[in-house]
Design a protein around this ligand. Structure first.
Ligand code: SF4
Ligand code: SF4
Length: 384
């Protein structure tokens, strides 16, 4: 398992308490964005497009603690931007840990080795490293060479010093399932505790709209190749039922209130991905949002292709604790986790002959009607 028992127990008892209280909409993970600025400029990012005066601002530690108290979720994820650029990140993390929150400090790890001394290993603190695949794929996704090797060095240093370390991976159109499986091996070799994987979502603000996985069936086909015929040594820091959902083995409706988002603007409606305005308090978010407007069944076009973890992982966790059937399905998925599937294995083999990632981009990006790959081939012929 990629999640320690103490954390599983905390989450399970929290969810059961909410159910006994008859609470219909409860949060599981607070997505606390202390700032939007970053030291990278990934093409798929929807956060760094804010104007400079917004990028310069940040939440204070007190604002972070107040948000965590108002929300009450047992887990707090600190994405961004790059949280290690926050001048008071040490105080924020220490304060949340002191409040017994399971903190996931999400970082691209460019500054990790430099900032590691700020933190103390704890069962409540996990360093969640942004890794979008093997070196070539990751550096392509983050639009800078050398980031993968720096992140690997950061992971090694953090694991050596006894930190809990996980990876978070977003897969985009053109992802190479064979390479993703090799990437899982690499991360396990580094000693990470578990991996989190999610399909990308088309942010309205992201400059590179082409790169997102837009068709749900493509997502299912890709994740089936990745997660079926699984190696026993791979550990995942996410709900096994959410993984089955990604593989197309079960259906869920979104739970947008499961991972509420708080940032410089307040509580974001309705979810981490889309911004239909902000409210000042967590209670307003839960009580005054018209939740019927969101999720696939609502018909909202922004939700039709979404399968992202912040909307669907809470649905999977809720399923686990909703019935004996959900609990049984989860236990079964934990024990019988190989998912032998000869057809998926065959498709994996077929994928080996196709272009992916950076290579695929050379074939799909065109200049004056010709692909970049064709233009390079023509230049080579001329030069010869
Ligand atoms: S590392 Fe994260 S926050 Fe920074 S640019 Fe990339 S996606 Fe955006
Ligand atoms: S389906 Fe996706 S975009 Fe729509 S509310 Fe849920 S998480 Fe947000």
């Amino acid at each position: 398992m990629g999640v320690p028992l103490s954390q599983m127990w905390t989450v399970a008892s929290y969810v059961l308490k909410q159910k006994l209280r008859g609470r219909k909409r409860y949060p599981l993970v607070l997505m606390l964005e202390p700032l939007f600025r970053c030291n990278l400029a990934c093409a798929g990012c929807g956060k760094i497009q804010y104007p400079a005066h917004i990028l310069k601002q940040q939440l204070s530690p007190e604002e972070c603690f107040a948000a965590a108290a108002a929300c009450g979720a047992p887990m707090v994820s600190l994405p961004g931007g790059e949280p290690l650029l926050h001048p008071q990140i040490k105080e924020i993390v220490e304060g949340l840990v002191a409040r017994k929150k399971y903190v996931y400090l999400c970082t691209n790890a460019v500054l990790l080795r430099e900032k590691l001394d700020l933190f103390t290993p704890s069962k409540f603190l996990t360093l969640s490293i942004h890794m979008d695949g093997q070196e070539e794929h990751h550096d392509f996704a983050v639009c800078r060479e050398g980031v993968y090797s720096e992140a690997v060095a950061g992971i090694r240093a953090a694991v050596e010093r006894g930190f809990r370390v996980t990876t978070n991976t977003t897969l985009f159109e053109g992802a190479d399932p064979n390479s993703v499986r090799r990437f899982f091996d690499e991360m396990m070799d580094l000693g990470v505790e578990g991996m989190m994987v999610s399909p990308g979502y088309a942010y309205p603000k992201a400059p590179d709209q082409q790169s997102f996985l837009n068709e749900r069936r493509n997502v299912n086909a890709l994740f089936e190749m990745i997660f079926a015929n699984r190696k026993g040594r791979w550990k995942f820091n996410q709900s096994p039922l959410f993984i089955e959902y990604l593989m197309g083995l079960r259906e869920y409706e979104c739970t947008p209130w499961g991972n509420p988002t708080y940032n410089l603007f307040g509580w974001q409606r309705p979810c981490y991905l889309i911004q239909d305005g902000y409210v000042d308090t967590f209670d307003e978010l839960i009580d005054d949002t018209d939740w019927s407007q969101y999720g696939r069944a609502s018909g909202n076009p922004a939700c039709q292709q979404c399968m992202v973890h912040c909307g669907y992982e809470p649905s999977a966790v809720n399923h686990t604790f909703s019935s004996f059937g959900g609990l049984w399905a989860t236990l079964k998925a934990m024990v019988f986790n190989r998912y032998a599937n000869p057809a998926a294995l065959q498709r994996l083999e077929e994928e080996k002959g196709k272009p992916h990632g950076p290579e695929l981009a050379l074939h799909t990006i065109t200049i004056n009607g010709k692909s970049v790959a064709t233009l390079i081939a023509e230049k080579d012929t001329e030069a010869a």
